[in-house]
Design a binder for this molecule. Structure first.
Ligand SMILES: [Zn+2]
Length: 283
């Protein structure tokens, strides 16, 4: 799209840029000042000089990015960046996620970041503040799943299916294993599973993302217990289990590895055996 001099947000190689305020929104290259919509890795990257985000996302951001210079804002609180009024408003996506509202010389622009706004009645993400419509002159939307081919069922239906499956497994003496991204999806699963069926357990890497979400703004409960995901190098079939050390808990495997590399059927390497023992221990 052609750029106009009055545009409050334009595209730069580093990412979305506000020329009047001289800052970026979720930049993918290192910049001096970054406004961050939320703590997912494709929006919050290392290497920026200064970060501005919601105060409520501070715990997860620092757990993921380390020691950063971060200014936290309450939802709706306004700061002036070189004359541009900047405020953050709930996006309903993950804890602390925000739309970025910019007001300058009578114009209001909003950059959405990822957001959750269900078309089903009473279908809310209970782990964070719900999406807030913000009146504006220009709305820049993320649309990862915006294509009409995506039709999501109400969360209550999906969780009912999961709980039925878990209950059936528990009654048969089988462990149930749910795989989900460690920040956002995992907490929604924790919030949706029925604790009356049995104890739940999470891998240690997940703890880094879940611990900071255990605050009043979130209804995400902690699991019954934490577990180290066992790892051991697989000598016979390296593709069976890719070992990557976890920074938070040395000796345990990364969650991403666990998601993509379940023990291969028929492989009896030490890692595969350890993983099977781990799932068996969930009973
Ligand atoms: Zn996201």
């Amino acid at each position: 799209m052609a750029e106009r001099s009055s545009d409050l947000i334009v595209q730069r190689p580093e990412g979305l840029y506000c020329p009047a305020g001289d800052f970026y929104i979720d930049p993918w290259r290192p910049v001096a000042r970054a406004v961050i919509t939320h703590a997912h890795a494709d929006h919050a990257r290392r290497g920026h000089g200064a970060y501005l985000a919601t105060a409520i996302s501070e715990g997860v951001l620092c757990a993921r990015l380390g020691n950063i210079t971060l200014q936290g804002l309450a939802y709706g609180e306004t700061v002036l960046l070189n004359g541009v009024q900047v405020s953050l408003h709930p996006a309903g996506h993950v804890l602390g996620s925000a739309q970025v509202r910019l007001a300058y010389r009578g114009q209001v622009w909003v950059a959405s970041g990822d957001y959750f706004c269900s078309g089903h009645e009473s279908d809310a993400n209970t782990t964070c503040a719900p999406f807030e419509p913000v009146r504006c002159d220009c709305f820049i939307t993320e649309s990862t799943f915006g294509l009409p081919i995506y039709r999501w069922r109400p969360q209550a239906e999906v969780m009912a299916d999961i709980n039925t499956w878990w209950r059936t497994n528990a009654e048969a003496g089988r462990a149930s294993l749910l795989l989900g991204y460690s920040f956002g999806k995992a907490q929604r699963l924790l919030a949706g599973v029925d604790p009356g069926i049995g104890p739940s357990s999470c891998t240690m890497p997940l703890r880094r993302s879940t611990r900071p979400t255990a605050q009043p703004a979130s209804s995400c409960p902690p699991p019954s217990r934490w577990r180290h995901w066992p790892t051991a190098p697989c000598a016979s079939a390296p593709w069976c289990w890719r070992h990557r050390p976890c920074a938070a808990a040395p000796g345990c495997g990364s969650w991403a590895t666990a998601v993509t590399r379940l023990p291969a059927a028929g492989c009896n390497c030490a890692a595969a055996a350890a993983a099977r023992a781990w799932t068996a221990a969930l009973h």
